[in-house]
Design a binder for this molecule. Structure first.
Ligand SMILES: Nc1ncnc2c1ncn2[C@@H]1O[C@H](COP(=O)(O)OP(=O)(O)OP(=O)(O)O)[C@@H](O)[C@H]1O
Ligand SMILES: [Mg+2]
Length: 542
């Protein structure tokens, strides 16, 4: 592999690089000295200077050629009226950087920051950090007085890609671990998928201001996570405003527009004074719209505009209001289905699902039930103000049940929290033993039992399992949820019936009463034939 060429970009230093008489050679001049290091070969030097320093630039370039014949030095006039005016200097250097034909695959760039005004140094730093100058900074210093160093002095190269510095990188990692742990409320979760998910959320929360959509079943922790994302960002000084949250299901109807976007006094009957609205309250902060799928069509349209243009019109006002907020949205509905059904704007969904994270329910992460149990026990202890312990038998029994197939946890954390709260409250002396656990398991099992079918022909079997048994997983998966739910109920009734006619009497209870002649068995047989299912295959004979 051939060595990359080393190219220095630097400003002429009208003070430090100065000198015309032969004495100049005994003085340290940063731009010339930079080319005199034995351990730094400068193949090319791009010297930036103002036209009024033309003569000095000529001397310096000549001296560099003399001291370092291998260096190809080139001058560039960069005009700035006032070298202490930040905007002017940044603008001029930015223009230079954009026009310069950087070829980082062939050349290594060193940006010299020892010369030029402090303003120029800051601008060079910023432009290098933002990669307009795709290189590293180089800082030079004069030789020490004791002259043990060479007359060229010394240099230090600073790479602004901080991840390259081990000690700094380990600080970042520590900070990231703290952030992840914070988002998990300190719970040491074990489910690998969940842990990856939270790590990703931490990363995005810190790196981005784009909308984030949190999906997942009820009680999976969407609202809590939204709040924690805000707290994390606030702690890292990424937001200065407030956390403003709204459950969109609570604002249907007339007041919805005004609570979101505000209104002006007198804009409708009852608008007695101006109302700022939640979007304005969330300025520079975070707006969490929970159940965003519940927003009405008008609100969706306004919200889209507010996200895209950071501006909107309050009700009854013709003056635009600006608000910059980060949007977090929560939903336990599948929004793409809502779009398909015409209830949610496709363009709004496209805006908010740049970052979509689906929080799994407890049943999908049974290995986390134990750490979550400990968390809930601690929380109950704090709430009740007593020490809560759980005997080993009790704990094992509870975990065996909690992680079994029977444990549905439909309310997820809410169910777990309620179960632990009940056990902790009932525990004599704060000690949860097996009887308390058995009682709780019985209570949960009862609560989670599927509701019996109308007509009482239900055999208590899970209809979903019957669909799988009758069709096999692949064919079952190809069904629409609508057909699947219907078939599940039909199979459940069939399973508990002695004949097709008996099942038909249950399933067609309403419509058969209006018919002159009934043949329920035939109706059912035809229905089953659509799925290529025979009565004999599914009969329970019960
Ligand atoms: N990671 C977690 N660990 C422990 N408890 C949690 C966690 N996340 C949420 N909880 C608790 O579970 C309960 C439900 O959480 P949350 O309100 O965030 O759920 P949700 O997903 O927003 O539900 P919904 O869809 O019904 O609004 C709250 O009491 C919350 O404190
Ligand atoms: Mg919620």
């Amino acid at each position: 592999m051939t060595r990359k060429s080393t190219v220095v970009l630097g400003m002429l230093g009208p003070t430090l690089d100065t000198g015309k008489t032969p004495e100049r050679w005994s003085r340290w001049r940063p731009s010339v000295a930079l080319c005199q290091h034995e351990d730094l070969i400068v193949d090319r030097f791009e010297l930036l200077y103002q036209r009024r320093f033309d003569a000095l630039a000529g001397t310096v370039m000549g001296d560099v050629r003399h001291a370092s014949p291998e260096t190809d030095i080139r001058g560039h006039v960069v005009e700035v009226d006032d070298p202490w005016d930040f905007e002017a200097v940044y603008g001029a250097l930015h223009d230079f950087a954009r026009a310069y034909p950087f070829a980082p695959d062939r050349e290594d760039y060193l940006i010299h920051i020892t010369t030029g005004t402090h303003v120029a140094q800051i601008c060079l730093f910023l432009l290098t950090e933002s990669r307009y100058f795709p290189g590293r900074l180089i800082q030079t210093s004069p030789p020490k007085r004791d002259r043990t160093e060479l007359a060229a002095g010394s240099f230090t190269i600073i790479d602004l890609d901080l991840s390259k510095y081990d000690r700094i990188a380990s600080r970042f990692q520590k900070e990231q671990r703290e952030g992840v742990s914070f988002l998990k409320s300190g719970i040491d979760t074990r489910n690998a998928g969940y842990n990856r998910l939270i790590e990703r959320i931490e990363h995005v929360a810190i790196a981005s201001r784009a909308p984030i959509l949190l999906m997942g079943p009820t009680g999976a922790g969407k609202s809590q996570l939204a709040r924690k994302i805000y707290d994390l960002k606030k702690g890292r000084r990424q937001v200065s405003g407030d956390f403003v949250d709204l459950n969109c299901a609570t604002i249907r109807g007339d007041g919805a527009m005004s609570s979101l976007f505000g209104h002006t006094k007198g804009s409708f009957t009852g608008a007695l004074k101006d109302r700022p609205g939640l979007l304005r309250k969330a300025h520079e902060g975070v707006l969490f719209l929970d159940e965003i799928g519940e927003l009405g069509a008008d609100e969706q349209a306004m919200l889209l505009r507010a996200i895209e243009e950071k501006a909107f019109l309050p009700v009854g006002s013709d003056r635009e209001v600006r608000s910059e907020f980060q949007l977090l949205a929560g939903t336990n509905r599948d929004l793409s289905q809502e779009v398909a059904a015409g209830r949610f704007r496709e363009d709004l969904l496209a805006r908010i699902n740049l970052w979509t994270f689906r929080l799994p329910g407890l049943r999908e992460r049974v290995e986390d039930i134990e750490p979550n149990l400990d968390y809930e026990l601690d929380a109950s202890a704090r709430l009740l103000g007593v020490r809560i312990t759980m005997s080993r038998d009790a704990r094992e029994r509870f975990l065996r049940f909690s992680t079994s197939r029977e444990a549905l946890w439909p309310g997820n954390f809410r169910d777990l929290n309620a179960a632990v709260t009940r056990m902790a409250t009932l525990a004599p002396g704060g000690r949860i033993g097996p009887p308390i656990v058995e009682e709780e398991i019985a209570r949960l099992s009862e609560a989670w039992r599927p509701a019996p079918a109308a007509g009482g022909a239900g055999g208590g079997e899970d209809g979903e399992d019957l669909v799988l048994a009758a069709l096999g997983a692949r064919r079952a998966a190809a069904l629409d949820p609508f057909d699947r739910a219907q078939l599940a109920e039909v199979l459940r009734v069939l399973k508990g019936a002695r004949s097709l006619s008996e099942a038909g009497r249950v399933l067609f209870a309403a419509s058969r009463a209006k018919k002159k002649s009934v043949n329920d068995a035939d109706r059912l047989r035809k229905y089953l034939a659509r799925f290529e299912i025979e009565w004999s295959e599914v009969a329970g004979g019960g």
